[in-house]
Design a protein around this ligand. Sequence first.
Ligand code: SAM
Length: 277
Amino acid sequence: NDGTKPEETEDYVPDFDISKPSIARIYDATLGGKDNFAVDREGAAMIAKYVPKIREASQDNRLGLRKGVEYVARQGIDQFLDIGAGLPTQENTHQVAQAINPNAKVMYVDNDPIVLAHGRALLATNESTAIATADLRDPPSILNHPDVNKMIDFDRPVGLMIVGLMMHFHREEDPGTWIRALLDACPSGSYLHMTDFVDTGYPEQEAMEKSCIMAMGNGWIRTPEEIEAHFQGLPLVPPGLDYPSRWFPGETDRELTPVEDLEEHQRIIMAGVAYKP
Ligand code: SAM
């Protein structure tokens, strides 16, 4: 640390409003992190009224993140573009990927400037990992970002990650266009890894949607078919989408816990990885 406060660095724009909750900070609060304000903790507490095991549900999303990154890294992918990175927490993408391949590069992207401030401080000593502020709704803001282009070589396969992010977009928005723009920039041999809130008719899934909308105005659940459509027709790695605790990408001969025997918090997220042939 050179003593420079994040808000004093050139491109840091402190435009966040601490009187309003943010997705990144509410999620951090649900995971028991410290990078949040009272208004975010109130949001997390509101969700917990309806989803008492919200912390475990968030951890379940992190499990889906870890399993997907491990799988993709084992396929030889050595550069990851992680969109909607979130605030630093345990077992971040770079730690998971670099445990498998110490040379793996990880580019984090988030549209919340507070994530940039915290990420910069944390990553100052890791040359293979960087973070940029850009928006999934505006793919050129990601694809043309100089820091992204310094880290990611779009002539080589990429591990594209949109984990814990799709639920924040209403179905009337057009995430398919944004995802296709990113996939078009990634060559054959790339992977797309996503997790999302799922709707298979369990009451805890509806409780998640209802409480998230109350706490932060978004957090919609989608049917597995709707989630699968976000992969833009790319083939999903078998067994396809599943709940993180029973999701083992690339392995189809495991005996799995029946869905009805999972705990409620284990039935909120689904994860999947697709391959770009
Ligand atoms: N990917 C991490 C994970 O799954 O644990 C963090 C997920 S967190 C629930 C969602 C993150 O997406 C937040 O940090 C939020 O700031 C970010 N986000 C929300 N909308 C975004 C957008 N349009 N573009 C980029 N990031 C966005």
